[in-house]
Design a binder for this molecule. Structure first.
Ligand code: SF4
Length: 349
């Protein structure tokens, strides 16, 4: 991102048909033949088909190779989150949008089998609550980015770097799991399915929690260790007795925020504006971007937060993006701050 470049309502496109939501000439950061590339292309085709407003799409990614997808999207909000937490982040933004905002946001979570295993409770609870979000679970049966270790989704007999003689623990059936927790839309597809974009579009338009497990190949580990091909994946799924396609659709359950609204009518819920008191004025006529850097522990991010708070109290819109190493108190620390007299919808790379 170049600091200072923003999409604001005046600058962004309307809901005209577009041929892609990706950056120009996207460079997929995946190995040749990787299922992630196929799934991302299918998602893009689904978004094109639905003609969604870029300002109303939020793609939230998790850890692992799938988490590299953020940089591919130009016409969507992207959020990269911590291990397994993508569903919780997306649920939070959807609830905030439905209760405090315009209620038009479409949240799409991109999570691998590793992230889903680590964040299983978030998936379970989002299904229980029936929050209106779509989870695209990229299942390639291994922790690929960290070296091909087994996940809770690795099939019986599947060879991984941690189970060189093949898995001996039955794999989790995520579709059954979330369905039993109240999910309204559950589907299982292969990354190579021609109708994958249509199923993704159906999941996105479903008004409640939707999970689509997409089984794809990790050529680096799955193919090498198991001598697999695309048809090999299908044989594995069939041998598990697992069906594919749209497995379940429930249309008699209210989405979480509708239930919330009935319990807490709008008059009882504070608006976003009611949290903010504007005590000062500003003379900004256009957005500006600032980068504050230093060493971790020097209060770099606290300083940026104070700046944003002062800007909000002056009637400005702000965003703050932080970056620092996992090890606290050492290494670099960085905050990107944007201040704008107009709403900041998303930042342009
Ligand atoms: S390691 Fe596997 S999952 Fe990761 S990019 Fe390569 S093929 Fe894809």
């Amino acid at each position: 991102m170049k600091a200072g470049e923003f999409f604001t309502p005046g600058a962004m496109g309307t809901i005209e048909a577009r041929s892609t939501y990706f950056v120009d000439n996207p460079q997929f950061p995946y190995c040749k033949g990787c299922g992630h590339t196929q799934i991302l292309r299918a998602l893009d085709q689904a978004l094109v088909k639905l003609r969604l407003d870029p300002a109303e799409i939020e793609v939230t990614t998790d850890i692992g190779c799938v988490g590299l997808a953020d940089a591919l999207f130009k016409n969507a909000h992207t959020v990269h989150t911590t291990h397994g937490r993508s569903t919780a982040f997306a649920a939070g933004t959807i609830i905030a949008d439905r209760i405090l905002g315009k209620g038009k946001l479409k949240a799409i979570v991109m999570i691998g089998d590793g992230g889903a295993m680590i964040g299983l409770l978030h998936l379970v609870q989002a299904a229980q609550m029936n929050v209106d979000l779509t989870v695209l679970l990229h299942n390639n049966f291994v922790f690929a980015m960290t070296g091909g270790q087994s996940s809770a989704f690795s099939p019986l007999g599947f060879v991984t770097t941690t189970m060189p003689r093949g898995g001996i623990v039955p794999p989790l059936d995520i579709c059954e799991t979330v369905q039993s927790c109240g999910a309204g839309f559950v589907a299982r597809k292969f990354a190579t399915d021609r109708d994958l974009p249509a199923t993704i579009a159906e999941a996105i338009t479903y008004p409640g929690f939707a999970l689509l497990e997409v089984i794809g190949l990790c050529p680096v580990y799955a193919t090498r260790l198991n001598k697999l091909s695309g048809s090999g994946l299908k044989q594995i799924v069939e041998s598990q007795g697992r069906r594919t396609g749209v497995l379940f659709r429930r249309d008699n359950r209210k989405e979480f925020t509708l239930v919330y609204r009935e319990k807490f009518p709008p008059r009882d819920v504070p608006t976003a504006e009611s949290f903010i008191t504007v005590n000062f004025s500003h003379n900004l006529t256009k957005p500006v971007g600032l980068i504050i850097t230093g060493t971790s522990g020097e209060r770099v991010q606290s300083s940026a937060k104070l700046l944003c708070q002062a800007a909000v109290m002056s009637g400005l819109q702000t965003t703050q993006k932080n970056d620092n190493p996992v090890t606290q108190g050492t290494g670099f620390s960085l905050s990107e701050v944007c201040l704008s007299p107009r709403p900041i919808l998303y930042l342009r790379r």
